[in-house]
Ligand binder design. Structure first.
Ligand SMILES: Cc1cc2nc3c(=O)[nH]c(=O)nc-3n(C[C@H](O)[C@H](O)[C@H](O)COP(=O)(O)OP(=O)(O)OC[C@H]3O[C@@H](n4cnc5c(N)ncnc54)[C@H](O)[C@@H]3O)c2cc1C
Length: 292
């Protein structure tokens, strides 16, 4: 099916895009990679009066590290993350997630920021970035505001972004020198959305866990932070007991529904198994970089 007709706007700057968005209010939609929005428009689940295409705005495709961490511009594509050396090592939770998103066509177009704005509970970036402690920098008519991902996701396909706001940067804090992470995803076949995904990011301090980030995909109304597991690990020795009890806490914190991908019990058990496996893998990744 073809989408309903719409006006097409291609601003050359964020300021211009914001002016256009203000003019249309909630009748306009921002277009980034189009990999979620265009299918919805073709199915007539979305019929915006105007699309505001960000793709001609310069500088939004930048991915770089600065003193405060990693900056991911609004037009950074999944494929760019898949290839980025920067997203291995300490930011490995992101580098692991990128190639597991759909297929090369979707990865060539789809953007990290667009995935966050779309807020699909089965979206992989939401969990990977939540585990990494990321926040979104959005610009709107009243200036710039920073939104932690826990506050961004409000429910399925719902965020705290206003229709007149643009997500301009995703900022990931520096995890420190002794850090590692991973993203584990169970899918029915290559390219499928997650049955369950678990993102783990660990930073070590004097041999103990400093910060633990654990977030879950596909087992709740939005990407979920496994807060109880994270809190239990902070400051702890990462031994077998700590790993097993954190995995149990993560499974308890999940809120899965039975569907064609599996029963709620099955998904909860996968959360437990993947959290345990993810913690061991993240610790190993962090440890490897402590070697000369
Ligand atoms: C066949 C297929 C399989 C897929 N499989 C997966 C998968 O396995 N895992 C996964 O995580 N995702 C998957 N996706 C989704 C894909 O990752 C999308 O790229 C992503 O969800 C949206 O990014 P986008 O840049 O394409 O956004 P768009 O489609 O352009 O926009 C999506 C929504 O976000 C808004 N938006 C976009 N950018 C901004 C911004 N900068 N500021 C404010 N609002 C913005 C738009 O207005 C729209 O509401 C799949 C998609 C397809 C078509």
């Amino acid at each position: 099916m073809y989408p309903a007709s719409f006006e097409y706007q291609a601003p050359a700057s964020i300021d211009e895009a914001l002016t256009i968005l203000e003019r249309y209010g909630d009748e306009a939609k921002v277009l980034a990679g189009g990999q979620s929005l265009l299918p919805l428009m073709k199915l007539r689940f979305a019929s915006p009066r105007a699309l505001v295409d960000l793709n001609r705005i310069e500088g939004l495709g930048e991915l770089f590290e600065d003193n405060g961490g990693l900056m991911i511009g609004a037009l950074v594509r999944h494929a760019q993350c898949e290839r980025a050396e920067l997203l291995r090592g300490r930011y490995g939770v992101l580098g692991d997630a990128a190639p597991q998103i759909s297929d090369p066509i979707v990865r060539n177009w789809g953007t990290v920021a667009g995935s966050l704005a779309h807020a699909d509970p089965q979206g992989d970036w939401g969990s990977a970035l939540m585990a990494a402690g990321a926040e979104l920098q959005a610009r709107g008519p009243d200036g710039t505001r920073t939104i932690p991902l826990d506050e961004l996701f409000q429910g399925p396909f719902t965020t705290s972004l206003e229709p007149t706001e643009i997500a301009v940067w995703v900022r990931v804090p520096d995890p420190g020198p002794n850090a590692g992470g991973t993203y584990l995803k169970l899918e029915r076949k290559v390219g499928d959305f997650a049955t369950v995904g678990v993102a783990v990011q660990l930073s070590f301090d004097n041999g103990k866990v400093g910060r633990a980030g654990i977030a879950l995909t596909g087992v709740g109304p939005c990407n979920l932070r496994a807060t109880a597991a994270e809190e239990a690990l902070a400051g702890a020795e990462l031994d077998d007991d700590a790993i097993r009890s954190a995995a149990d806490l993560a499974a308890k914190g999940a809120d899965p529904r039975s569907d064609v991908r599996g029963s709620a019990d099955y998904k909860r058990n996968i959360v437990r198994v993947f959290t345990e496996r993810g913690l061991r893998k993240a610790a190993e990744a962090a440890g490897r970089r402590e070697e000369p």
